[in-house]
Design a protein around this ligand. Sequence first.
Ligand SMILES: Cc1ncc(COP(=O)(O)O)c(C=O)c1O
Ligand SMILES: [Zn+2]
Length: 421
Amino acid sequence: MKTGHILGFKCVRCGEETPSAKNYVCPACSGNLDVVYDYKAVKKALTRKSLESNPDKSVWRYKDILPIAQYKGVPIVHIGGTPLYKAERLGSDMGLKNLYLKDDGRNPSASFKDRAGSVAVAKALELGEKTITGASTGNAASSMACLSAGLDLKTIIFVPEKAPVAKIAQLLVFGAVVIAVKGTYDQAFDLCLQASAEFGWYNRNTGHNPFTREGKKTCSFELVEQLGWNCPDKVFVSVGDGNIISGIWKGFKDFYALGLIDRLPRLVGVQAAGSDAIKRAFESDGKIRPVSGETIADSISVLLPRDGDAAVKALKESKGFAVSVTDDEILAAMRDTARRESVFGEPAGVASVAGLRKAAAQGMVKSGEKVVALITGNGLKDVASAMKAVGKPHLIEPEVGELKRLVEREKINSGGIACRS
Ligand SMILES: Cc1ncc(COP(=O)(O)O)c(C=O)c1O
Ligand SMILES: [Zn+2]
């Protein structure tokens, strides 16, 4: 049987190597595992030429460096291949000449998490699992529900009861069993681990399952291809559990090991001010300790990051840094990204842009650098937060006289503000 070019697994925390991920985590220290590839073998199958002649624009164009040995079915919708926009206006507002936005809100369930879900679902099918479970702030779950819909895979989701209603609606629409937990995401995560052990359900929890990172790395492969086989200088990533940023790093390292790029970018992790355990660890002794803050950006509202070790490692190895942003800065980024570049992101989706603006203002990004900000979730996921960023529409009777008075009063014909606050 073809092994998917996997040599084994290595613990992110203690470095122990293990041949199997049967129990998900490191047998020695319970740290998260990282998939180790046989790059020599991959190199024979995956080349610049093979990619350039591959018409598949989804994550599956990178099958040769994904951890699936036997594809016994994959989600039927198109995952990945999201647009990369040159953001001229937003860039010039920040004094940047080469800013790009990667809009991963364009995935099937409208978030970056579909990349992780793609591989997790394919792995569950490969293993012959009948039930997949996961805890989530909302997006990983709605992704899993979306991607396993129509497949022979029952999906059981644990979410904090306060998850945005649109995300809960997605879960229910796609037919998952939804268990809303009266508590935090962290509590939902722990309960899900117990449920998985108790009932034998396949567990997709972020970071805990080593394959989520593998799906996420496909974003970096796309970036390199979309930038004409070039590597960006810096990539700004919104960070909660730290799995996306560690996946982004893995992707660049894979392409580097395969000789497809000749340098690596610096990664910048952006966390919400109250939810910044990874930033704190990175800036001190590297050890993850829980925090206790709240943020409007529910997707990155994490007290104890579940892939924190790997995230800190990614920041260190890439010689990057971390930034924290306030809710007001996130809301401003939501407005500006939409109004300047037509991209509508949820709060966590644009925290990256808020962090970039802060870093640029502090001189931590040079004007000519090639910078990418990942937009990790669509704004329609959390309309209540969007409304906080933009005020209300003008309300009038259906009468032209009143309309004229409004146009006059608000100076709508001469660039007046298009909403009341
Ligand atoms: C929209 C969005 N952005 C960013 C993140 C952060 O990803 P991670 O928890 O892997 O750091 C998430 C995670 O749920 C998310 O949904
Ligand atoms: Zn270990």
